[in-house]
Design a protein around this ligand. Sequence first.
Ligand code: HSE
Length: 419
Amino acid sequence: MKNNSFTVAVLGAGNIGSSVIERLLKLDNEIINLNLSKVLVSDKSKNRGFDKGLLTTDFNEILNDEKIDLVIEVLGGVEPGKDYIKALLENGKSVITANKDIIADCGSELIQIAQENNVCLYFEAAVAAGIPVLKPLIESLRGEELKRVAGIINGTSNYILTAMEEGSTYEDALQQAQELGYAEPDPTNDVEGIDAKFKAMILSLLCFGVSPSVDDVFTDGISNITKEDFDWAKRLNKTIKLVSQIDNGDDGFNARVYPVLVDSKHPLASIRGALNAVLVEGENINQLVFSGPGAGAAPTASAIIGDVLSACHQMVSSQTNWYPLRTLKSGNKEFKDVQSSWFIRLSVKDEPGVLATIAGIFGENNVSIESVIQEGRGDNAELVLVTHEAEENNLTSSIESISDLSSVSLVTSNIRVFI
Ligand code: HSE
């Protein structure tokens, strides 16, 4: 840094990297004087629409260049980005990354390394891309003890669920998402909740000071949701969303990702297409909802540029320290002890006593039923139940026993209800 001018390097020039570089090169120098000095790529011969003289294939050229103040990491994947970020921070360079996999994996360790080396580490783009939500959580809301954070933080699955709400099958909706470039050819990370899990792990760290492991976060995706589930949801004035839910009540902390039935009047129900939303609850703020574009190169680059400006501002004032992370006051709550309400569809034989047997099993497991609807007759009857809140392990045990009944041919679906 010299006379409030900053020298910047970028690791990666893919879809997001290119968008970041374009923004950096056009940034109004009345806001800040940035000098883009190097871009790490694997192939220098490719034409990328900017000066080829910026390209390097050697990370050490960036690591050891004393003029570089700040490095933007947009390589994707965990390695080698994780080792690069550590080395850069240890070498006194501030780092901005969009990489949720790395921050979920070792965010608290990297924050500590940044603090020890008096440099900045920001990753606003790693959760909900274009929505500036992490900075408010770290700074504006640092004085708040948060109770619950619940988000739609995977745009691809929200696009698919919105298309299904409008009448598509899962398969057609996934194909549309792939054609539009939201879903990868292998959509597993998005549709099975893995991407949302990594983001929930980052939110757990920033909102509650907890770094749950991958196995600690119960995760279920949307690939088993059917058009019929949406038909039923509509009849109950609800829709279905993939929600990452993190709560920290008096009985403990738990983070999880799963599809839920959401009341159609709830703010999360109105988040459509590839948009994201993060809902934050605390005693003094009641409820805040941040929403907007959660994926895509331009929104991701916007969050990265915001982080670059924050880091430069902090480097000028030598105030690179974070507020201390929150610490968890309660213990952890295992998923089996979480209170849930379930929506359950069963294919049953319509015979006297079937409903009484099913109700008896729920009763034995301490689960109370809120409503029951039966449709059809004979061997093809459908029973749709919604339970009151009960412990997950009691609900699971009930369903195991019910699925063993000879009068129940199939547990067609069980989806949690967002409470
Ligand atoms: N694939 C993610 C989504 C965006 O669909 O939301 C990157 O995290």
